[in-house]
Design a protein around this ligand. Structure first.
Ligand SMILES: C[S@@+](CC[C@H](N)C(=O)[O-])C[C@H]1O[C@@H](n2cnc3c(N)ncnc32)[C@H](O)[C@@H]1O
Ligand code: SF4
Length: 363
């Protein structure tokens, strides 16, 4: 039974130098047409399930005007939701203000995910982000004063010439905000981004590792639980929506560039706005075989620091997880460890978890 919905709003005020996501510069006419089409797509796919999580991501959903947000939230009324709904809305600092935050709060949003990336003005400029440290503090206090208690910020690290001390300052700024969730990613230089075209190179792997270690130590010692490779939260504030993905559960994805997993079929929507507006929503879809389901269970499930529950695995696939050869091999080499209930990646190997996760491809 599907309990989660992702909706992609692909518009942004400006384009960041590192961004490889499905996004377009904001244009009011496109937004209006897009929202009309989004409504059609939802009506054509949604079968009335009661939802536990809704995640509106982007792009920059917060760059919509209040009038456009109103239109979006009228569409969202199509969904039936549970009393304990987690409703996340992605924001950029420069496009939120009191009126928009109040609107979101009144309309049931109870989790904000805010892209900050860094508090350092020099690196903000490098990333082509349009806020300052002062703006961050003002807007987060504003969100808290309106009543938002569940707030995530996205940070990045491993910028060229960034030092451990720069990163340490960013982490201090985060801790000062006193919020309960952080996603923190090492900068990836993706093709088709300004950074790539400018020939910017990734920093040395040794520094990247030291930075990762600093993040883990500092966040853990300040009461944030490391619960997924790039995610930390205070107890009880894990992202329920993202756990849907990591638990390999089904979900709807609506909007240009969104992906979904419905009735055993994984699909990717087109990244072309033109095609989307012509109702050619899906660009690729395939039925997931049992073997692929298990492969996904490993690749997604071992992202969680707790790992995979052995009994749940058995009841889902009718196979003992330890009967799977690659699992056994990784247990023997101590790259995987186990306790009574779970199998999980040895914390010493979390930094190189991608090297372990690839072992499950075509396991
Ligand atoms: C889906 S993006 C978009 C959300 C929102 N528009 C924003 O910019 O914050 C969510 C996050 O992914 C991370 N991200 C995006 N591109 C990245 C890259 N090339 N390397 C590392 N992290 C990246 C950033 O932290 C970003 O905030
Ligand atoms: S990082 Fe976010 S704000 Fe920047 S271009 Fe990408 S989606 Fe837009």
């Amino acid at each position: 039974m599907i309990k989660s919905v992702y909706i992609h709003i692909p518009f942004c005020d400006t384009i960041c130098s590192y961004c490889d996501f499905c996004k377009f510069i904001k244009n009011d006419k496109w937004i209006d047409n897009y929202l009309n089409e989004l409504e059609c797509e939802i009506k054509s796919k949604y079968k009335g399930e009661v939802l536990d999580t809704i995640y509106i991501g982007g792009g920059t959903p917060s760059c919509l005007s209040v009038v456009e947000l109103n239109k979006l939230f009228n569409i969202i009324k199509l969904f039936k939701v549970s009393n304990s709904l987690e409703f996340t809305f992605e924001c950029n600092i420069e496009s939120i203000d009191f009126e928009k935050l109040k609107f979101l709060y009144k309309n049931g949003v109870n989790r904000l995910s805010i892209g900050i990336e860094t508090f350092n003005d020099k690196f903000l400029k490098f990333l082509n982000r349009n806020h300052t440290k002062k703006d961050v503090i003002t807007k987060i206090n504003m969100a808290k004063s309106i009543g938002f208690k569940n707030i995530n910020i996205d940070l990045m690290y491993a910028f060229p010439n960034q030092t451990l001390s720069d990163l340490n300052s960013d982490l201090d700024e985060f801790l000062n905000l006193d919020i309960n969730h952080i996603s923190i990613y090492s900068l990836m230089i993706e093709p088709n981004t300004k950074l790539f075209i400018d020939g910017i190179k990734n920093i040395d792997e040794e520094i990247d590792f030291d930075m990762y270690q600093l993040i883990c130590d500092k966040l853990n010692s300040n009461g944030y639980k490391h619960y997924e490779i790039s995610n930390y939260s205070k107890d009880g504030y894990e992202s329920l929506h993202n756990l849907t993905y990591w638990n390999n559960l089904e979900y709807y994805g609506f909007g240009v560039g969104a992906s979904g997993y419905v009735d055993g079929v994984r699909y990717d929507n087109t990244k072309s706005l033109n095609r989307y507006l012509k109702k050619e929503y899906i660009s690729e879809s395939h039925k997931v075989s049992k073997k692929e389901q298990i492969e996904n269970e490993f690749i997604l499930g071992f992202r969680k620091i707790n790992g995979i529950n052995k009994k749940d695995f058995k009841s889902k696939y009718n196979i003992d997880i330890k009967d799977i050869e690659v699992v056994n091999k990784l247990l023997k080499s101590k790259k995987l460890l186990e306790n009574e209930d779970y199998l999980y990646i040895n914390p010493e190997y979390i930094y190189v978890s991608n090297d372990i996760l690839v072992e499950f491809i075509d396991y």
